[in-house]
Design a protein around this ligand. Structure first.
Ligand code: C2E
Ligand code: MG
Ligand code: MG
Ligand code: MG
Length: 289
C-alpha cells in the first residue's frame, strides 16, 4: 500500500492521458503481484500445493515409460496459477526450497506407491537453479529418497538449459555430484538457451528435452529441418531425446520417423492429477501412433 501511494504522489499533477493509462496498468499489476506473492507464501506454509503428472511415452511403442511431476497451485481468488509465474516468484522471495520440498514429498510418495503397484518405475522432477547450487542439495535429496526406499536412479532430474550457461563451471561441478550419486540428468527446454556443442558433450546429462516451441513449428519446412538436425545431433552426442509439446498424431508420426526416443504432450495426455495418471497406467493405455 505504501508503494502504491508513493507512486501515485510522484506522478500526481502530470496531465497526460496516455501516461495515466500506463500508471493504472502498472499499479494494478503491482498490487496484484504483491497480493499473489503473499497468498503463495501461505499456500506453501499450509501445504496447499499439488502435483500433476504428465506421461512420457516410448516413441516406438506408445507405452508410458515415466511421468514428469509438475507443480500446481489452485489459488482461492485467481484459480489455477501457472508455475511459469509462481516458480520464479518463489525463487525471488526465497520460498523455492520450501516449495520444492513439498513437491518432492508428494511426488516421491506417489512414486513409492506406483513402484509397489508395478506401475511407473521412474519419475522426472524439475529442479531450479537455487536448488542445484545449494551445498547440501545432493545429500538431502538422497536422504529424502531413501526415506521412501527410493534410489537416485529412480529419478531423472530436469535442469533447464537457461541455467546451463550462467556459472558454467560451478554448475558442472554440481551436476557431476548428482551424476556420481546415481541420478539421471535431463537438459530441459533444450533449444532456448545457448549451450555450445562442446558444453553439451561435456555435460553429465543423458537426455535432452526439446522445448515445446520446436514441436509447434513442425508444420513448416524450416521447423522440420531444425528438428531433423536436433535428432542427428543428439544421436551423435549419444544423448536420449525427449520431444515435448507433441499435440497431434501427425507430429507423433513425424518424430517417430526421425527415431526420437520419447515424446510428451497433449496428444498423449495433459498433466493430470495422480488418480487420473494412475488410472491410465493401470489400464496399460498405449497411445495410438
Ligand atoms: P517444463 O518442465 O518444460 O514443462 C513442460 C511444460 O509444457 C508444462 O507446463 C506442460 O504442462 C507443458 N506442456 C506439456 N505438453 C504440452 C503440449 O503438448 N503443448 C503445450 N503447449 N504445452 C505442453 P507447466 O506445467 O505449466 O510448467 C511450466 C514450467 O514450470 C515447467 O516447464 C518447469 O520449468 C516449471 N515447473 C513446473 N513444476 C516445477 C517444479 O516442481 N519445480 C521447478 N523448479 N519448476 C517447475
Ligand atoms: Mg520439465
Ligand atoms: Mg521443458
Ligand atoms: Mg519449460
Amino acid at each position: 500500500a505504501a508503494d502504491h501511494t508513493m507512486y501515485h504522489a510522484k506522478h500526481a499533477g502530470r496531465n497526460n492521458a496516455c501516461f495515466y493509462g500506463d500508471i493504472v496498468h502498472l499499479k494494478a499489476l503491482g498490487r496484484e503481484h504483491v497480493a499473489i506473492q503473499s497468498r503463495l507464501s501461505s499456500a506453501i506454509q499450509q501445504g496447499g500445493l499439488q502435483v500433476f503428472y504428465q506421461p512420457v511415452v516410448n516413441a516406438k511403442t506408445g507405452e508410458v515409460v515415466s511421468v514428469e511431476a509438475l507443480a500446481r497451485w489452485l489459488d482461492d481468488k485467481s484459480g489455477w496459477i501457472s508455475p511459469e509465474l509462481f516458480i520464479p516468484m518463489a525463487e525471488k522471495v526465497g520460498l523455492i526450497q520450501e516449495l520444492s520440498e513439498q513437491i518432492m514429498l508428494i511426488a516421491f510418495a506417489k512414486l513409492r506407491d506406483w513402484r509397489d503397484a508395478g506401475l511407473a518405475q521412474k519419475m522426472m522432477i524439475n529442479i531450479s537453479r537455487s536448488q542445484l547450487f545449494l551445498p547440501s542439495f545432493v545429500t538431502q535429496l538422497v536422504e529424502r529418497l531413501s526415506s521412501f526406499r527410493l534410489r537416485p536412479s529412480d529419478i531423472i532430474l530436469e535442469i533447464t538449459e537457461s541455467i546451463a550457461l550462467t556459472d558454467y563451471s560451478r554448475q558442472m561441478r554440481h551436476l557431476r555430484q548428482l551424476r556420481l550419486a546415481g541420478f539421471e540428468i535431463a537438459i530441459d527446454d533444450f533449444g532456448t538457451g545457448y549451450s555450445s556443442l562442446s558444453q553439451l558433450h561435456e555435460m553429465p546429462a543423458q537426455m535432452l528435452k526439446v522445448d515445446v516451441s520446436f514441436a509447434q513449428r513442425l508444420h513448416t519446412e524450416d521447423g522440420r529441418r531444425v528438428m531433423h538436425a536436433i535428432a542427428q545431433m543428439a544421436q551423435g552426442l549419444q544423448l536420449e531425446l525427449v520431444i515435448e509439446g507433441v499435440e497431434s498424431l501427425e507430429t507423433a508420426r513425424f518424430l517417430q520417423g526421425l527415431g526420437v526416443n520419447y515424446m510428451q504432450g497433449f496428444y498423449f495426455s495433459e498433466p493430470v492429477p495422480a488418480g487420473v495418471a494412475e488410472l491410465w497406467m493401470r489400464l496399460g493405455l498405449q497411445a495410438k501412433m
